[in-house]
Design a protein around this ligand. Structure first.
Ligand SMILES: O=C(O)/C=C/C(=O)CC(=O)CC(=O)O
Ligand SMILES: [Ca+2]
Ligand SMILES: [Mg+2]
Length: 404
């Protein structure tokens, strides 16, 4: 991995191995435009591409990443190779430097138009814990769980960029002590630490996408917080699954890490028993060694390991299309809550506090069963990059505002 002429410290965020894509504006220029993060700078992609006469300049000059997403794998590879060369070959420094902006000075926006949104349930540890909590009288994993990646369709219109405040949801809930449901602000507001995937290349209705075609369709990977109201959810979810308890907000990190930045992070997923049906089998490993960290008001509360997920993103894509459902550019799907086997690896408060029975004690002396107004949750992640480098995912953060 060549170094950048920008002299980025080895431990700095967003070294030349990551080169994630985002959309930014500045105080001087409120136009939203694509950028690439490099160290503490953002490269204005369209302006740099025009200055260097790149053939893809139009594709990266729009208000968002939509055109790049739609352009497909050969263009994604061409853009990444070009940007890598611009930022690492000193011969390009004079042409590229005028198009760098201080990262601390930019405003980041939702980077693409979110088409459909699906959320999976792929952590065996999470699904087992949630099953024990929500359905104590049953087997924790439902009989289908190891045969197919379970998911549900979510609400794409409430996917928001990191930093957006989250208003506490209001709705119906039925405390066990009450004979009828009560109406009011959620008293059990939670997070779900997840990894998101965005589709670039669409697929036609009626056709399946194979597990091995994952990298032809999926453009990039990011962090996602599926805010969840456990009291609304517990009352509404039978028999159709999550609805208003999840649909009020989903936050995503602003920097989209290209799938091709993750070659060194690919690992074998945990062994699958029973063996999945042929359409869920691929010839390549698509487990990903992403190490998540979850912070509440700055305090580290969990380290969920993404490498432990039972179903991979490639299997989820194949499953999502096995019935002939089409893919659209901008489709988002999320892994499901990432939880590992240890208590300190759980990806939501429902599990971390065992439904509020074992509150977390924070270093500031306070306790939390679920989120309070004013609380801020931040999820970060890194993954191994080539030659000992580190791939950064930046962060997804959000603060809870009181119910309206
Ligand atoms: O098992 C249930 O009834 C509910 C599970 C969840 O709330 C988790 C969910 O949204 C999927 C996930 O993030 O893993
Ligand atoms: Ca979820
Ligand atoms: Mg949600």
């Amino acid at each position: 991995m060549p170094d950048s002429w920008l002299d980025i410290a080895p431990d700095a965020q967003f070294g030349p191995a990551t080169l994630p894509y985002g959309v930014f504006s500045t105080g001087d220029d409120p136009t939203t435009r694509p950028g690439v993060a490099i160290g503490d700078q953002v490269l204005e992609l369209g302006a740099a591409a025009r200055a260097l006469d790149a053939p893809f300049a139009d594709t990266v000059s729009g208000p968002d990443l939509d055109a790049l997403l739609a352009a497909g794998r050969p263009v994604w590879d061409q853009v990444r190779a070009a940007v890598t060369a611009w930022l690492t070959d000193p011969a390009h420094e004079a042409a590229v430097r005028p198009h760098l902006v201080e990262r601390a000075s930019v405003t980041l926006h939702l980077p693409f138009t979110v088409a459909d949104y699906v959320d999976f349930y792929a952590s065996e540890h999470h699904a087992t814990n949630v099953g024990r909590i929500f359905r104590p009288e049953q087997e924790p994993l439902t009989p289908n769980w190891k045969h197919l990646p379970i998911g549900y369709h979510g609400r794409s219109g409430t996917v928001v960029v990191s930093g957006t405040d989250i208003v506490r949801p209001t709705g119906q809930r039925k405390p066990p002590t009450e004979p009828v449901p009560v109406f009011g602000p959620s008293a059990r507001l939670d997070i779900e630490a997840e990894v998101g995937f965005v589709v670039g290349t669409p697929s036609p209705m009626g056709e399946r996408v194979a597990v091995d075609d994952f990298a032809d369709h999926v453009f990039g990977v990011f962090l996602l917080n599926d805010w969840s109201s456990r009291d609304l959810q517990a009352w509404e979810y039978v028999p159709l699954g999550p609805f208003l308890g999840k649909s009020f907000a989903t936050s995503i990190s602003p920097w989209i890490v290209p799938v091709s930045a993750l070659e060194s992070a690919r690992v074998e997923q945990p062994a699958q028993d029973p063996e999945p049906l042929p359409y869920l089998k691929g010839s390549q490993p698509w487990g990903l060694d992403l190490r998540l960290e979850v912070r509440l008001n700055g305090h580290l509360i969990s380290n969920p390991p993404f490498s432990q997920m039972y179903w991979t993103a490639a299997q989820q894509l194949a499953h999502m299309t096995v019935n002939g459902a089409s893919l659209r550019t901008g489709d988002v799907y999320a892994s499901g809550t990432v939880s590992g086997p240890e208590v300190a690896q759980r990806g939501c408060f429902l599990e971390l506090t065992w439904s509020g029975k074992e509150p977390l004690r924070l270093p500031d002396g306070t306790e939390r069963a679920f989120l309070e107004d004013g609380d801020e949750v931040t999820i970060t992640a890194t993954a191994p990059g080539p030659e000992g480098t580190r791939i950064d995912f930046g962060e997804v953060t959000g603060r809870i505002l009181p119910a309206r």
